[in-house]
Design a binder for this molecule. Sequence first.
Ligand SMILES: [Cu+2]
Length: 323
Amino acid sequence: MDRLTEYLFPKQVSTFAQDIDNLFYFIFYTSLALLAIVTFGMIYLAIKYRFKKNDEVRLTSSTDHNSILESSFVIIPLILVSITFVWGIKSYLNMVTVPNDAIEIKVTGQSWFWTFDYPEGGSTLNELVVPSGVPIKIVLSSKDVLHSFYIPVMRAKMDVLPNRYNVMWFDARHEGIYPIFCTEYCGTGHSQMNAQVVVMNPKQYNVWLAEAGSEDDDLPLDELGAKLYSKKACITCHTLDGSPLVGPSYLQTSQMWGQERVFDDGSSATIDDNYIRNSILEPQSQIVAGYQGVMPTYQGLLNDRELDALIAFLKTLKEDSEI
Ligand SMILES: [Cu+2]
């Protein structure tokens, strides 16, 4: 049974996952049973009372109703629907009532990545780190269009809107790494708007919180840049192989180092360190001709060393391609 459940549904990781699945199976199996009764009953009666050649023409039976049968048609479904209703309302209230001792994590969706801000001040991109066995309150909002935040293993999903906060919560019971999806179509990069939730035991989590990001301090700039390129979601819009995606390929920009970049308003600028920095912090100020101004600003999401790293990484691409 357990294996069948995991085949149909992702693992049950949050405290309420099992209850929700059980409710689903209750509805599913009662519907299946009713379908079987009605279908086989119909086939059986159609065969039993079929017209036979030698039959005399039969008149309709004089029996016009059967109180027990008819009231059971009403009472049995009424009982089933009432069970579903009470069970459903209880589960729903449990899902929307956030425990008071929950850890609050702020989640921001934007085209096309997720940022997670922790109460102690750290932040991560596309990776939500939480302790197990502790209720987690997720406060959601969007910087641009509608998104939807979905963690299948938690059975938790909530719309993400600009200009307002939506809330959901879960309490993870099993450590592990599980996928997060955007489930509201939000443009070209929607299918890449994936993240993951890392559930750690509370001790590990505290260590992680204390160290968050500090391991990067030891990396050489270009290696840190390569890491940030995927970690900060540049990869969803910029390729490394020269082919344009939503934005120009990082390789092309690198190969054009020192040359003029023409913008959609006809102006131009030389591609150098300052231009790259500006492109990352204020992408709307200079929009490369032939592209749309959809790059989000990374103001506040990258520190100076990280910006240097992304620039250093960009420069290595050109050298690599010339070998
Ligand atoms: Cu989205």
